[in-house]
Write a protein that binds this ligand. Structure first.
Ligand SMILES: Cc1cc2nc3c(=O)[nH]c(=O)nc-3n(C[C@H](O)[C@H](O)[C@H](O)COP(=O)(O)OP(=O)(O)OC[C@H]3O[C@@H](n4cnc5c(N)ncnc54)[C@H](O)[C@@H]3O)c2cc1C
Length: 440
């Protein structure tokens, strides 16, 4: 039971951390809540996966738990004045190479949702939106899902605005890199220590550090001599390339009212691809690539795990030619030859924490008292920004439903990730550009 006078350190001010702060401070206004992040919330560049031009906001899930959760989040995106400015309801179109569309439509029915969601034939899909997707790759496509109620969120803008809101509500924000957790021999966690040696103490420490979570836990396990604090196989840092192009007037006229588009593949074929509509001001269209990779490196002597590159900005703007080709490929899979001449102007590698099933981890840590996890976005966490903190607070209160407690547990059954198309398989070292060496 919480008394309302507890103190909380939340490591990481992405959507998991900020949403947690938002719900915590409203429910417990007398609690001390501090967000700690290596980047200022209004910095021009941040490493957070949540800090992005835009992210898809959809409820099209085969897993009814995420379908329901995403609908709950979308209801807030559509109605709450705090979130509404950031949601763009463009609708979405999704090529399905298996029974995905049926699963999603069934979920909407089971949840009593009346959205005009349907599956159409390839021929019908080609005629939609002025024929924008007539030259898409339809190889092996069974049917095409259309959902007019999905769209995208202005991710970075919403993150900045909601963080500003939590600061107004009394949450503190510390710009610092966390070096380690403070853990005593009995496994009690009393807070964190920053790389500059500053100690911050709290009754509850919540790790919401996204892709860096496994590295921070590895450091903390070694520093404390408690090996079970490490994440092991539970969480893996994975990177994906995104790319953008700025549309000229003619292209903008054609693409400005397009939906979010997906190329869906069966899990054994690989990850799904996405194409986001142009942003209203900058007229920039975005894609993400097909290669999801680890960066296995020695984070401490003898400790090899996947971790973002060891630079303050995770080297997120250093994108190799091979990874840029992923974006060219994605463009082709949606629009064929028609847009092949477009020049991709911006590329970024975005890092997230992956679990083998893409289920989050919202759980007490079983090897440390006072330590909690809110992470595992697995490439789909942004859309839950308006609600995820509510569930983190329920977890802290011990009131999370048994179903979600099991689904999001730190210790749970983890099936082989081979059936998860989005799981990071490649290694970053195999994707960098070859360096020409001088011949002796
Ligand atoms: C390319 C890409 C596309 C995506 N597209 C979508 C989409 O369309 N729709 C969707 O719903 N989801 C999408 N996602 C997933 C979504 O972005 C993530 O799941 C979500 O943003 C993760 O949020 P987070 O709070 O866990 O982590 P993050 O947003 O990464 O935040 C973690 C924070 O922790 C901080 N931090 C880390 N280590 C430390 C430390 N040691 N000390 C201090 N601070 C630290 C970081 O600075 C960062 O601010 C996508 C992800 C990627 C990578």
């Amino acid at each position: 039971m919480l008394t309302g006078k507890e103190s909380y350190i939340i490591v990481g001010a992405g959507v998991f951390g900020v949403s947690t702060a938002y719900y915590l401070i409203q429910k417990y206004p007398n609690a001390s809540v501090t967000l700690v992040d290596r980047d200022a919330y209004d910095a021009d560049s941040r490493v957070a996966a949540s800090w992005d031009w835009n992210k898809v906001v959809r409820a099209d899930y085969e897993d009814i738990v995420y379908c329901e959760l995403a609908l709950e989040a979308q209801d807030i995106f559509k109605s709450d004045p705090l979130w509404k400015p950031f949601f763009h309801e463009t609708g979405l179109i999704w090529t399905c190479r298996d029974d995905y569309a049926r699963g999603v439509i069934d979920n909407y029915k089971r949840l009593g949702r009346k959205a005009d969601i349907k599956a159409v034939s390839i021929e019908e899909a080609k005629k939609l939106y002025g024929g924008l997707l007539k030259d898409a790759d339809y190889t092996g496509v069974k049917e095409v899902l259309i959902n007019p109620t999905g769209g995208w969120g202005a991710a970075g803008d919403s993150l900045r605005a909601i963080t500003r809101k939590v600061l107004e509500l009394g949450v503190k924000y510390e710009v610092a890199e966390v070096a380690t957790l403070l853990l005593n021999k009995n496994g009690y966690c009393s807070g964190i220590k920053t790389t500059k040696g500053k100690v911050l103490q709290a009754t509850h420490t919540i790790i919401a550090a996204g892709a860096f979570t496994p590295t921070l836990l590895e450091y903390s396990a070694v520093n404390s001599g408690l090996p079970n604090v490490a994440a092991g196989f539970r969480l893996v840092a994975g990177g994906i390339t995104t790319g953008m192009t700025k549309l000229d007037d003619e292209s903008h006229a054609r693409f400005s009212s397009m939906p979010v588009a997906f190329q869906g593949y069966r899990p054994d074929q690989g990850p799904f691809l996405g194409s986001l509509p142009p942003t209203p001001d900058e007229r920039e269209m975005k894609w993400w690539g097909q290669t999801i990779f680890k960066n296995t490196r020695e984070v401490l002597p003898g400790h090899f795990i996947s971790s973002p590159p060891p630079k303050p900005d995770y080297a997120q703007w250093e994108v190799s030619k091979r990874l840029k080709e992923d974006i060219t490929h994605a463009n082709k899979m949606f629009y064929g030859k028609d847009t092949a001449h477009w020049k991709m102007e911006k590329h970024r590698i975005c890092w997230d924490a992956f679990t083998s099933t893409t289920d989050f981890i919202i759980s007490p840590h079983s090897a440390a008292k006072g330590l909690y996890l809110a992470t595992g976005g697995s490439f789909h966490g942004y859309k839950f920004f308006p609600v995820i903190g509510k569930y983190v607070v329920q977890m802290l209160e011990g009131k999370l439903s048994p179903e979600l407690t099991e689904k999001w547990a730190w210790d749970r059954y983890r099936p082989d990730p081979s059936l998860n198309g989005e799981y990071p398989r490649a290694e970053m070292k195999d994707l960098i550009d070859p360096v020409r060496t001088s011949k002796l």
